[in-house]
Each structure stands twice: as C-alpha cells, then as structure tokens.
Design a protein around this ligand. Structure first.
Ligand code: KG4
Ligand code: ZN
Length: 319
C-alpha cells in the first residue's frame, strides 16, 4: 500500500561509500518519520497492521539493529506476528513482483553494493548460495571506479552516465575469472587495472587525478568488462544448475547495458528472464512482501530472534 525509502546517498557522498556508523545514526533519526510517512501514504494507522516484517540478515550490524528493534517493539506492542526477512531472498522475490510469472524455481542473481551472489532458488523459502565474490562486489567496484574517475557516489549511475559518450573498446581491461571452471567472481583486480590506466603505475609519475578526457572511455571500458563477466557467469550458472529461468535483483541490475546484454543472452538461449522493475532493483520496503510466503507457511519469528549480519556459506539452506 506504500513503499517509502529514506535514501542516505547525500550523507555518504563525501566519503565515496557507505560509512557504517553514519548509516546507523541516520537509521535512528529516520525510522519513525519513515514509519509515519508509510502509514499516512497507505492511509492507515498502526492499529490496522496485522503483521510486521523486517530485514534481519545480512547487512551492517548497526543498521539492522535499529530496524529490528523497532520492528520487535511494534510487533510486541501491537500484539501481531513478526516475520524476519533475508534481504537477499527479498531481492530475488522482488523479481516476480508486479508481474505474472512465477520467480521459482530459478537461478537467482543478487548484484548490489554488498553482494555478487548466484543462488539455486527452489522456492521463496528455499534458496541456496551457489557462488559469490572472492573480494569486491560488482556495485562496490562501480563505486570505487567512480572515485578513481572523480565521479560522484553512488558510482553505478554516474559511471553509466559517463560511459554513454565513451568507447567500450578504448581500453583493454581484464575480464576476471571469465572461465568455465570458475563460477565465482573477483573485481578488485579489475578496479586496480582501471586505476593504473587512469593514473599510471605507482611511483613518482603517478597522477593524483584522472585526466578528464579519459573518463568517458575508461567508464565505458570498465562497464563493458563488468557486464561481460556478469552475463557470462549467469549463463554458466544456468547451465550448471540445468535451469531456464533467471531472476536478477540488486542495485547493479538497474544498469542499462547489463539489462540489454542479459536480455540478449537469455533470448539466445531460451531462458526466461525476470529482472525487478527499476524502483524494485535498489533497496526498498516493498521487497519485504516475501513475508506473505512466510505467513502462509506459519514461519513467524520469536521476539528473542536476533540479527545475522554475516552471509551464509555456500550450499546451506537458509530457512
Ligand atoms: O541493492 P542496492 O541498492 O544496495 C545494496 O548494496 O544492498 O545496490 C547499490 C549498488 C551501488 O553500489 C550502486 O553503485 C549500484 O548498486 N548501482 C549501479 C547502478 N545503479 C545502482 N551499478 C551500475 N549501474 C547502475 N545503473
Ligand atoms: Zn540490497
């Protein structure tokens, strides 16, 4: 009925990335105004709510704690059931929202600022981590490359915009681990390769800023390298899991080149592709609608439940 997002971009902008302590404090300040706004946009009151769903994992400890404490307090004082939501499951679930198609079974791909993970998704309540990144997440690489190129945070949209006028073949950049025997990801080497192209090798001659005329071509070449790897690994996962449905969510799924090339790959191989609508790709409140599935199965949480900031290991069932 309403989907209110309190963005913190402007608070983290000067640091070029999310600062956990600033994020937690902003959560404390904003949670009640956001709750009020969500209720008012939905034209309802606290007493009208029949359940509370809240993200419990994974994420930054402080931010998770603020939301979790507020949610428990509401559930207890309103005497309604509490549902804990896995943020990654919710990103995948969002792919099926607003559409006619079922999202399961599928290969789920969550590609955001914190994750570049492929999942074997059997149902809304049973998805297993299949592959992840050994270092940086794809969105994190976009954010760090934006800093190298002197572009504003968040890096994804600004690198994409700069790339519009650039040549994706201008710079030869690595496609890390783009091999059939490696399903996992690595982006830190690519980021360093961009740094060296932009500023030169470490030493007295290394530049402190990237020359402005290089920015569009470097942005386009970097974006192409990331997209090549992401699309290749999606295809590999579909083959390995013998699956013909792909669900993609997370902030990087908003990237235009990625959407185009993924659409083309899926068309070529007769794979059904579900990408969340743009406003549901990046973090939002509506993705907690996955709790409807938990409601159906009676998967309520106890009030002594706790947050789980870390990521589950490959091959484990989450619920
Ligand atoms: O899912 P999300 O909103 O937050 C989490 O990280 O959970 O994803 C944010 C990430 C940021 O790293 C941002 O740079 C990236 O998604 N992003 C993009 C685009 N829009 C957002 N990356 C590439 N192209 C975009 N258009
Ligand atoms: Zn997210």
């Amino acid at each position: 009925m309403s989907n209110v997002v309190a963005s913190q971009f402007e608070l983290h902008q000067e640091f070029g990335g999310v600062v956990p302590e600033i994020a937690s404090r902003a959560h404390v300040r904003r949670i009640l105004p956001v709750l009020d706004e969500a209720l008012s946009r939905a034209d309802c009151r606290l007493g009208d709510l029949s359940a509370i769903a809240v993200t419990s994992e994974p994420g930054l400890v402080g931010s998770l704690l603020v939301g979790f404490t507020a949610a428990k307090t509401l559930a207890m004082s309103l005497n309604v059931p509490l549902f804990t939501v896995n943020h990654i499951d919710a990103h995948i679930y969002a792919c099926g929202m607003g559409g006619e198609s079922a999202a399961y079974p599928s290969v789920g791909f969550v590609v955001s600022g914190g994750h570049t993970n492929l999942y074997d998704c059997r149902s809304a309540t049973d998805s297993r981590l299949f592959a992840g990144t050994t270092d940086d997440a794809a969105g994190e690489a976009f954010d760090k490359v934006a800093r190298i190129l002197g572009l504003p945070y968040p890096g994804g949209p600004s690198v994409q915009a700069a790339a519009e006028s650039g040549n994706p073949n201008a710079f030869k950049l690595p496609r890390p681990m783009m091999r059939a025997d490696r399903i996992d990801f690595s982006f830190s080497g690519l980021k360093t390769a961009v740094l060296y192209k932009a500023r030169g090798l470490p030493g007295p001659d290394q530049l402190t800023e990237t020359p402005a005329e290089m920015v569009p071509d470097l942005a386009a070449s970097f974006q192409q390298a990331v997209v090549d790897v992401l699309v290749f690994k999606c295809r590999l996962a579909l083959k390995k899991l013998n699956c013909n449905r792909l669900c993609v969510g997370g902030g990087v799924a908003a990237n235009r080149l990625f959407r185009e090339q993924l659409t083309e790959m899926c068309r070529r191989h007769s794979v059904e592709l579900l990408i969340a609508p743009l406003e549901l790709c990046t973090d939002n409140a509506a993705m907690a609608a996955i709790a409807w599935e938990y409601l159906d199965q009676g998967l309520t949480a106890e009030l002594d439940a706790d947050i789980l900031p870390g990521l589950v290991r490959p091959g484990t069932k989450r619920r």
